[in-house]
Design a protein around this ligand. Structure first.
Ligand code: SF4
Length: 73
C-alpha cells in the first residue's frame, strides 16, 4: 500500500504516531508528518492501516497502486 498525509488537515491528535511511530513522527506541536517512503512494507501495513482508520480528520489516505501489467485484459 501507498499512503499520503495531508498536513493541512492534521489536527495534532497524535493517534497515528501511537500506532506507527516510525512512519508518523510528530513535530514539537504534535502535528504528524510522513517519514520515509510512502510505499509501506507489508509488515507495517496493519499498524499503518490502524493509524489511517483512527485519524479523526482523515488526514491519512491511501494512494492508488499502479496496476500490474499482467492484470490487463
Ligand atoms: S492521527 Fe491524524 S490528526 Fe492526529 S496527528 Fe495523525 S494525521 Fe494528524
Amino acid at each position: 500500500m501507498k499512503i499520503k498525509l495531508d498536513r493541512t488537515l492534521c489536527d495534532g491528535f497524535g493517534i497515528c504516531a501511537k500506532h506507527a511511530p516510525e512512519h508518523f513522527p510528530l513535530d514539537d506541536w504534535g502535528y504528524a508528518s510522513l517519514a520515509g517512503d510512502p510505499a509501506i512494507a507489508p509488515t507495517d501495513e496493519p499498524a499503518v492501516t490502524r493509524a489511517l482508520l483512527d485519524c479523526p480528520v482523515h488526514a491519512i489516505t491511501t494512494l492508488p497502486e499502479p496496476s500490474h501489467p499482467s492484470a490487463k485484459p
